[in-house]
Write a protein that binds this ligand. Structure first.
Ligand code: ARG
Length: 461
């Protein structure tokens, strides 16, 4: 019986299918190195508390150090073991003998062991995600600083709405990714608590020192309740949730890159390195990177859905279902991290067509709002009246003085020329650059306001 867990209560007559079905070996590659560190911390604590003898501790630490150097031996990954924890214990015993090797699992269980490993690995993944978000924000802020005067159309309902600037548009995404960083950091704080020593769920009668192992493994503190420590995966749900929200932001930005790179719009060209071509249509340059990332957002949301569904019906405390959650966690956080890294590169190498943006910036009467505001501010109309007058002129197909005058007479029975409106004043109101410069309230697109915003966001970053 290679699996030492099956020479007591249970026989080892299982089919290979069942072994494969029960084993978490594939996903356990993610946590193998963490498991060695968990073993070392536990061993140091057992020795410190004199729960284990000097000779056994030396022999075990020697074997663990060699596993750390060379990796856990290949035979530990055999699917006859349910998981890397059982496989590694067998490998340790094979290395140092059962008299010493059979003593490491005092005062713990695989339940607290696996939860500790997952949290340690997840810390690294979250830190990787956070670093990637920071790099992406850096790219967005640098682009925004360079494009404060780049006038472009702003959209609602994907219809030309009001002129804005590319800086303003990019700062909108930067704000979203700033919140994503906060969500990841917040999740990190709750991931960083140590379950080790909870054992199966009821803690242990050995005189263990949970604060010591938690400290050695870099955790903020031991988890407060030993049943919660092995039962909960809410830290995984929270991390996947932060990744899911972040990926919705990334996906929206990618959707815009797809739309903007189409021949209808032509606001952006992605670099060749982020594009693909067609096997049949030789002219094609496709924004595949942005499309794959849009789909990765679905993969991450799917991981969250899988993980929440697996957890929701479980009674206290540990249930084997939890093993099936872990691959969703790795798939989700890895897809999110990889996406954010690629997104920063895709944006920093993209070419924005500022002439095209300028040419579109007053299409579709998109400066009509500013014109209505001028009629209010300078010619005394109530806003709703100005809105109707300008709207009627748009319906007539022109925003010139004569059409506005006729619209004002028709809609409100008043004369704008009598109030002093001139053709020059109308023309100035329709200039997208002037319209943008007027919008200098906090968070607006005016170049002096986006300069302030870029500086503030740089400080935050
Ligand atoms: N491999 C398991 C997991 O990933 C940990 C082992 C706990 N197994 C058990 N039968 N209690 O959750």
């Amino acid at each position: 019986h290679r699996d030492l867990l099956r020479r007591g209560r249970l026989s080892d007559d299982r089919t290979g299918e069942v072994m494969h079905f029960l084993s978490s070996m594939t996903a356990d590659h993610w946590i193998a190195e963490m498991d060695i560190q968990v073993d070392m911390a536990h061993l140091l604590m057992l020795r410190e508390k004199e729960i284990i003898g000097e000779d056994a501790a030396r022999a075990l630490m020697g074997a663990l150090l060699s596993f750390h150097e060379d990796g856990v031996p290949e035979e530990a990954y055999d699917e006859c073991f349910e998981d890397i924890h059982a496989g590694k214990e067998a490998a340790l015993i094979a290395r140092v003998g059962e008299e010493f090797g059979g003593r490491l699992h005092m005062g713990r269980s695989r339940n607290d062991e696996v939860a500790t490993c997952i949290r340690m690995r997840l810390r690294e993944e979250l830190l990787g995600c956070m670093a990637a978000v920071c790099d992406l924000r850096r790219v967005l802020l640098d682009l925004a600083a360079a494009h404060r005067e780049t006038i472009m159309p702003g959209f609602t309902h994907l219809q030309h709405a009001q002129p804005t600037t590319l800086a303003h548009h990019l700062l909108a995404y930067e704000a979203a990714f700033g919140r994503d960083f906060g969500r990841l950091a917040d999740a990190y704080g709750r991931v960083n608590e140590c379950p080790l020593g909870a054992a199966a769920f009821a803690s242990t009668g050995y005189p263990i020192d949970r604060a010591m192992t938690a400290g050695l493994l870099g955790f903020e503190r031991p988890m407060g309740n030993s049943m919660d420590a092995v039962a909960t995966r809410d830290f995984a749900l929270e991390s996947l949730s932060a990744c899911t929200v972040m990926m919705t932001n990334a996906s929206r930005l990618c959707e815009e890159m797809v739309v903007w790179s189409s021949a209808f719009v032509r606001f952006v060209q992605l670099a060749d390195g982020y594009s693909s071509t067609s096997s049949i249509m030789p002219q094609k340059k496709n924004p595949d990177t942005a499309e794959i990332m849009r789909a990765k957002a679905g993969t991450v949301a799917g991981a969250l859905a899988g993980a929440t569904t697996i957890t929701k019906g479980l009674p206290m405390s540990y249930n084997r279902d939890l093993q099936e959650l872990t691959p969703h966690l790795w798939r989700g956080v890895a897809a999110a991290r990889e996406s954010l890294v690629v997104l920063a590169g895709m944006l920093s190498t993209a070419t924005f067509d500022t002439d095209r943006m300028a040419a579109e910036s007053d299409r579709g009467f998109s400066t009509a709002t500013e014109l209505a505001d001028v009629l209010v501010r300078e010619y005394g109309l109530p806003f709703r009246t100005a809105h109707s007058v300008v709207g009627r002129a748009v319906k007539q197909g022109a925003l010139d003085l004569a059409t506005l005058e006729a619209a004002a007479e028709e809609v409100a029975g008043l004369s704008l020329t009598e109030r002093g409106l001139t053709a020059e004043r109308v023309a100035a109101a329709l200039d997208p650059a002037i319209s943008v410069a007027e919008r200098n309230a906090i968070g607006g697109p005016a170049p002096d306001e986006t300069a302030r915003a870029v500086a503030a966001r740089n400080t935050d970053l």
